[in-house]
Design a protein around this ligand. Sequence first.
Ligand code: DSN
Length: 393
Amino acid sequence: MAAEERRQQETLTLIASENHCSPLVREACSSILTDKYAEGYPGARYYAGCEVADKVEILAQERALRLFPGAEHANVQPHSGTTANLTALQALAGTGGGILGMALADGGHLSHGFKVSHTGKVFDAHQYGVDPDSGLLRMDQIRDMAKEHRPRVIIAGASSYAREIDFAAFAAIAKEVDAYLMADIAHPAGLVAAGLLSSPIPHADVVTMTTHKTLRGPRGGLILCREELRKKVDSSVFPGGQGGPLMHQIVAKAVAFGEALKPEFKGYQESVRDNARAMAETLQERGLAIVTGGTDNHLVLIDLRATETTGADAEERCLAAGIALNKNMVPGDPRPPRVTSGIRIGTAAMTSRGMGIEQAKSLAGIIADLVGGKDPASCGGAVRDLCASYKLP
Ligand code: DSN
């Protein structure tokens, strides 16, 4: 634990799916609630002694509903985003049911029907992509695929897409083919909660997310749905896909949702977004191509195809200089997933350390230098100085 704390303190995390949660959230994760079995739901448990667990879970549910107005039911038990997606899809599509999600190589997630995921095996999965030139979602292609395959569920959401998603357009397609719409907002959940990106709640039947990315909570998943889907969703999570809920993670979710309900959370999210914009602008000024030409959220996808550098090279050089980010496929990528022609950066974690636009620009400059072949050893000092000045929360 000490070694990992030191590593995080001395490394600048720009992995778009990571963040640094608050000390209170960390404290809640390590609380004595880890000892408690509470299979079932509040008021209907399969173990004795769940009176405190009930209060904790109800508090987490109430806060989740306040954070995402319009949602009618919150299931706070999913252990992860993948578990949330798998169980929500099982509730809506049923075994063998058709699903239509975004391809992993184009920015989707494994659990949106990729062939090696259970979601690609248990369901009849079809995958849509983005326009290879603009990097943008093609709603006309998604509509055509929906009409051809008539899925039970259409999934709107991504792991590596820097633009706002038009959930109303997805809902119109779902309605046309009589499918459910499931929105996965794992990445932008914090920006959505702060009102900086439009909410899928009025449009989607079910909304899934993780709680540890921009939402800045503990690791875990969350499912929101309309009241009429409550029974299906709840029984798919437990007993369908999970056993006992992780009560220490659920109390930490309650703490994190409480933090996100505070007025200062909006300022934090604005900073996350502004830092991402500043990085995208600086990288473009330095001649690097950004997929979709910019960002609306916390992440920036850099297309390295016009350079001599692969995504794997860039990841390695950045890490040698003290910056953790990840190689990532770009639309139309000719290279395999372990090499790739892109890198993905996200600003949630650096913003949680208190960094702003000036630091975002200087980090983007360092990344451009490293992509251009500069020796990591000559950039490491500047990264170390930033880490020393902006401590982990
Ligand atoms: N693997 C995560 C990401 O990096 O986007 C999502 O689960």
